[in-house]
Ligand binder design. Structure first.
Ligand SMILES: Cc1ncc(COP(=O)(O)O)c(C=O)c1O
Length: 400
């Protein structure tokens, strides 16, 4: 059986989630592949290393014991995130996955049900944590090519809580950006419509905003505006924002208290973790060291990559909800830092193409629905996009 992110047999191993291919290997050379000199690593924006300003801040961070709630750097990061997103409180967590599961545990009672987009991270890529840790079920709604679950389908997905047969609908999740739609940003307009539909029914909204700041930059809105209609949101510091580790969850003080309890239950209470929060504070800072505004450069590089790829024979549309219309890759689908495409010739050629690329020092990954994913990020320059395009042309030629 094939895994969602693999071209090889699925294994119970986290490494497989990120594009393992048995013909390419993953283990011994993994370090070289993620940080290796001369590599152009487009597998994900998670491969970013901290900026010099982050490393400096980490080495001098004022620390405490965050489980006693007295690490000043963590407290400052949580306050900064809450203020930026317009919520009462924040909680620093180890990862985007932990941000989502503590949010689910805070919102959803055991046996409750969560409305999720079919291609979202929560239903597909979090090892069924909603079932295992929260005792919750999912109700899948098929999203459109902008990542939005149609409002009428969301309303239809709500269970009748007066019927003892039914689970109680307790949460709806929006993924912003939505990774499988070319990482397109979801707008405040959609959020307002979803809120108007759900608020009268007492159903809260959680935003899985692993790449929320990419959406903020692409849409030209404030983070506060983008999550104004959400009861909770989580965003990752360790993706495009370039911090090494961590995510922040925000919401009401009462919600964050419950999420903090859930984090402890999951073993996510950390001690002198201001060492990590310091990098996050740099990422969210307003000055030249902040890494939010520079995301525009990643978006421009992704567009440049897609435009170059689109002109190459053998490069096709990624299809499915990433690009439902047209046979050829449409660079206009790029809104943030993802480029999704297919190569003609199916799974076998895809594996050979990725292998040829790797031999030329460029890393991309196999993605679901026969796609290939390339993600731009801090550390990738326009010159490296030019080099990537030359490598892609050569890899297509070698596998034709
Ligand atoms: C949309 C989305 N949500 C959540 C996550 C989980 O983040 P983490 O890998 O930090 O657990 C990811 C990771 O890629 C993601 O893309």
């Amino acid at each position: 059986m094939l895994g969602r992110y693999t071209t090889g047999p699925r294994q119970d191993c986290e490494a497989y989630q990120r594009g393992y291919d048995p013909t390419m290997g993953y283990g011994a050379d993994a370090a070289a592949r993620s940080g290796g000199v001369g590599r152009i690593d487009l597998r994900s924006d998670t491969v970013t290393h901290p900026t010099p300003a982050m490393r400096a801040a980490m080495s001098t961070a004022e620390l405490g014991d965050d489980v006693f709630n007295d690490d000043p750097t963590v407290i400052a990061l949580e306050a900064r995130a809450a203020a930026l997103l317009g919520k009462e409180a924040g909680l620093f967590v180890a990862s985007g996955t932990m941000g989502n599961i503590v949010s689910v545990m805070a919102h959803v009672p055991r046996g409750g049900e969560i409305i999720v987009p079919a291609e979202g991270h929560i239903p597909n890529d979090e090892a069924a944590n909603y079932a295992v840790a929260a005792g919750a079920g999912l109700r899948i709604v098929h999203e459109n090519s902008d990542g939005e679950m149609p409002i009428d389908a969301v309303l239809e997905a709500i269970q009748d809580s007066s019927d003892p047969h039914s689970a109680i609908t307790s949460l709806a999740v929006v993924e912003n950006c939505h990774a499988h739609t070319f990482s397109r940003p979801i707008t405040p307009t959609y959020m307002r419509a979803l809120r108007a539909a759900l608020q009268p029914r007492g159903i809260p909204i959680h935003v899985d905003g692993a790449r929320l700041f990419n959406a903020v930059v692409a849409l030209g809105v404030t983070p506060r505006e983008l999550v104004a209609e959400a009861d909770s949101a989580t965003f990752c510091l360790s993706k495009g924002l370039a911090a090494p580790i961590g995510s922040v969850v925000v919401g009401s003080s009462d919600f964050i208290w419950k999420a903090r309890r859930a984090r402890k239950l999951l073993g996510g209470g950390m001690r002198q973790v201001g060492v990590l929060a310091a990098a996050g504070l740099v990422a969210l800072s307003d000055g030249p060291d902040g890494t939010v505004a520079r995301l525009a450069e990643d978006h421009a590089n992704a567009r440049m990559l897609a435009e170059g790829l689109a002109g190459m024979s053998g490069v096709l549309s990624p299809g499915y909800i990433a690009q439902p219309v047209g046979e050829l890759l449409d660079p206009a689908r790029v809104a943030t830092n993802f480029v999704l495409f297919k190569v003609a010739g199916g799974a076998d050629r895809r594996a050979r193409f990725l292998g040829e690329l790797e031999q030329r020092g460029v890393l991309m990954v196999a993605y679901p629905h026969g796609q290939i994913r390339a993600v731009t990020h801090y550390g990738i320059t326009a010159a490296e996009i030019t080099a990537t395009l030359a490598a892609a042309a050569a890899a297509l030629h070698a596998t034709a």
